[in-house]
Design a binder for this molecule. Structure first.
Ligand code: G3P
Length: 289
């Protein structure tokens, strides 16, 4: 599994590169917004800052368009590609799978843009993917990458269930599913609680119980039809999600800096280190002199 870092913070990117585990970078407008002070501190323009990111990363760097309709998104994709791809030949254009913000908006602009950029050989990353069927359409349109947002699906389901949570809290929808199945058995075939709740929410959920299950479903669909689109598990919030997507053989996980750091930590490793350090005898130390 490749590891991308989900950040526009150049210090974090440099640090992860030093560790030797970095295969790429994903950004979005919110991450770029967070990084504004980073390039202001350096006294350079945003363009220079993004060029520097492209230069130091040996792997794809996703940059997102801001437009909402297909023609504008294609124009912006060309601009991003022209400005930044020359630096290190690694730019990927992030296109929202569906740019609609209300029911009245058009819903296929993202897909149209992905299709056209594919025709123009500009690599794309279909973003804000929340369902397996959106991922199916992204692959059909020829997206190079698809980014299902695990964490945000967990947030959405937890909110619907009335569960209070912090951004980094673990959620296992499978447990909720088990409870529902049990209840269903007792009530002899009545619709499980969560599912009926979800079914009534606008824009269906395909009966998905958590972010991990969404990615599992996308992996299954892509394997069934041999789609070439690479899956980037995105909106990753904890080490459990990293392990689960790695187990299912996902191509890439884009992981925030703090979660990458958690991946290397364990209390028993730390405890073991203390003991090994204490136990180094003088004779052994002399070998290194
Ligand atoms: O790559 C997608 C990511 O940036 C969204 O993450 O944590 O804001 O849901 P999050």
């Amino acid at each position: 599994m490749k590891i991308f870092i989900d950040t526009a913070d150049i210090e974090e990117i440099k640090e992860a590169k030093k560790w030797g585990i970095l295969d790429g970078v994903t950004t979005n407008p919110s991450l770029i917004k967070k990084a504004v002070e980073k390039f202001e501190e350096r006294g350079i323009s945003m363009e220079e800052y993004i060029k520097e990111i492209c230069r130091i990363v040996d792997g794809p760097v996703s940059l997102e368009v801001k437009a909402l309709d297909a023609d504008e998104m294609i124009k912006e994709a060309e601009i991003l590609y022209d400005k930044f791809n020359d630096v290190n030949n690694n730019v990927v254009i992030k296109i929202p799978i569906n740019t609609a913000m209300s029911k009245e908006d058009k819903i296929f602009e993202g897909i149209e843009a992905i299709k056209e950029l594919n025709n123009r050989d500009i690599p794309t990353n279909a973003t804000l993917v929340m369902t397996p069927t959106q991922a199916l359409l992204a692959a059909k349109a020829g997206a190079t990458y698809v980014s299902p947002f695990l964490g945000r699906i967990d947030d959405y389901i937890r909110s619907k269930l009335g569960i209070k949570f912090g951004k980094w809290d673990l959620f296992r929808g499978k447990i909720v599913k088990k409870i529902e199945e049990k209840k269903q058995e007792e009530k002899k075939g009545e619709m499980p609680l969560l599912y009926s709740e979800m079914a009534s929410v606008e824009y269906g959920d395909n009966g998905i119980y958590d972010g991990i299950e969404m990615v599992e479903s996308i992996v299954k669909i892509y394997r069934a039809y041999g789609f070439k689109t690479k899956i980037i598990a995105a909106s990753v919030r904890n080490v459990y999600q990293v392990r689960k997507v790695a187990e299912m053989g996902v191509d890439i996980a884009t992981i925030p800096f703090n979660v990458i750091k958690e991946m290397i930590c364990h209390y028993k490793t730390m405890e073991g280190m203390k003991k090994f350090t204490e136990d180094v005898v003088e004779e052994y130390k002399r070998i290194f002199e």
